[in-house]
Design a protein around this ligand. Structure first.
Ligand SMILES: Cc1ncc(COP(=O)(O)O)c(C=O)c1O
Length: 390
């Protein structure tokens, strides 16, 4: 059976990491990674995570199963962080998942069970979105989102496309820090998206994978809070991978939000049944860490401080890049106002490959760069190499 299988293409980003590792040139730059890096090129464990882990080591007295729903205290505290006051007024049924990816998959499974057949996904998007949704059995319908050459959100075209969605369709939105473009949406734009989806009877699925990396914890959730309050039902997929630096601990949650508790309960019961026939129960450790941090004022303060520092570093690098590109490509000034780790540079494949071969600057051929892959000291020289391409 196995020998009859066809080989699957290597994951492009993982292949890029391999090429970068093999490059012997000193001063090589990796802008391809999907994780936060500090000034030393390291992906740190948050101080508050280490402290919470020490507490857990001493206090955990069982490794028995968590249950299908996961850690309900984690879910309550995480929902408070995501939903704020708005979330507290709505009925939200949360289920802990293996990472944000697990949350997206359960969301797709639930939507399919609820009768959805199509999911609208803005282009470009994180490539795994389409992969997860189609693996679940949903038809992925692309809608225009971003033009890389002009670095602008194609908002009118996006709304026009979503206005053509049918009742019972699902629409994917990035909560903040859009991957791969970093392009923010204004509160007016979120309001119009909400009106359009509500009018069409479309279920929003909001992917929140970078809360705190854009403008701030509350600011990054403001759009989604408006949206979930404006529609009768919605799904919010949360990843704790970046915001708590828990990547490999596979920590996330899916929240089904409804106006009435009975509908949310039904969603929870189905999410748990879907989890049971997939991975069964979620891993515990990452959620226990988040629960511990969010349940302790001092740890929460320290976690927010460190997260604020990461955001400030990214914003500082964005300012340096925008300043260096002033006069080269006016559209690229928006790198400064884009949010989170990623931006999508309007580079051709040939230009990306030239940067790689001539300057040991690594990024995928799409031109998506992880700003956090840069060190402040090298940012100006990297930007000069971008500029020299034109
Ligand atoms: C937009 C987006 N959503 C979801 C995820 C899922 O993250 P994880 O499954 O590692 O929690 C990622 C990870 O890169 C992402 O970029």
């Amino acid at each position: 059976m196995f020998s009859a299988l066809s080989r699957q293409p290597d994951d492009a980003l993982l292949a890029l990491i391999g090429l970068y590792r093999q490059d012997p040139r000193p001063g090589k730059v990796d802008l391809g990674v999907g994780v936060y890096r500090d000034e030393e090129g390291h992906t740190p464990v948050f101080r508050a995570v280490k402290a919470a882990e020490r507490l857990l080591l001493d206090s955990q007295d069982s490794k028995s199963y968590l249950g299908l729903e996961g850690d309900t205290v984690y879910l309550d505290r995480l929902w408070r962080l995501v939903g704020g006051e708005t979330g507290a007024r709505l009925s939200a049924a949360g289920v802990q998942t293996p990472g944000g990816s697990g949350a997206l998959r359960l969301a797709a499974d639930l939507a399919l069970r609820g009768g959805a057949r199509r999911i609208w996904v803005g282009m470009p998007s994180w490539p795994n979105h389409a992969g997860i949704f189609s693996a679940a059995g949903l038809e992925v319908v692309p809608y225009p989102f971003f033009d890389s050459a002009s670095q602008t959100v194609l908002f009118d075209r996006m709304i026009e496309a979503l206005d053509g969605a049918g009742a019972g369709d699902v629409a994917l939105l990035h909560g903040s820090c859009h991957n791969p473009t970093g392009a923010p949406l204004s509160s007016e734009q979120w309001a119009l998206i909400a009106t359009t989806l509500e009018k069409r009877g479309v279920l929003p699925l909001i992917d929140l994978a970078y809360q705190g990396f854009g403008r701030g914890l509350d600011e990054d959730a403001a759009g989604l809070r408006h949206l979930i309050a404006a529609v009768p039902e919605s799904l919010v997929a949360v990843s704790s991978s970046k915001s708590f630096g828990l990547y490999r601990e596979r920590t996330g949650a899916i929240f089904a939000v409804a106006a009435a508790p009975a509908a949310a309960d039904l969603a929870r019961s189905n999410l748990m049944a879907l989890a049971r026939t997939s991975y069964s129960m979620p891993p515990d450790h990452g959620a226990a860490v988040v629960r511990t941090i969010l349940g302790d004022e001092a740890l929460t303060r320290d976690w927010i401080d460190e997260l604020d520092g990461m955001r400030a570093r990214i914003q500082g690098l964005r300012r340096i890049l925008a300043a260096g590109l002033r006069g080269v490509a006016p559209a690229l000034q928006s790198i400064e106002t884009q949010e989170g780790m990623f931006s999508l540079l309007p580079l051709s494949e040939a230009e990306v490959l030239r940067l790689r071969s001539e300057h040991a600057i690594y990024m995928p051929t799409s031109g998506r760069v992880n700003i956090a892959g840069l060190k402040t000291a090298e940012a100006e020289s990297v930007v000069a190499k971008f500029a020299a391409l034109r």
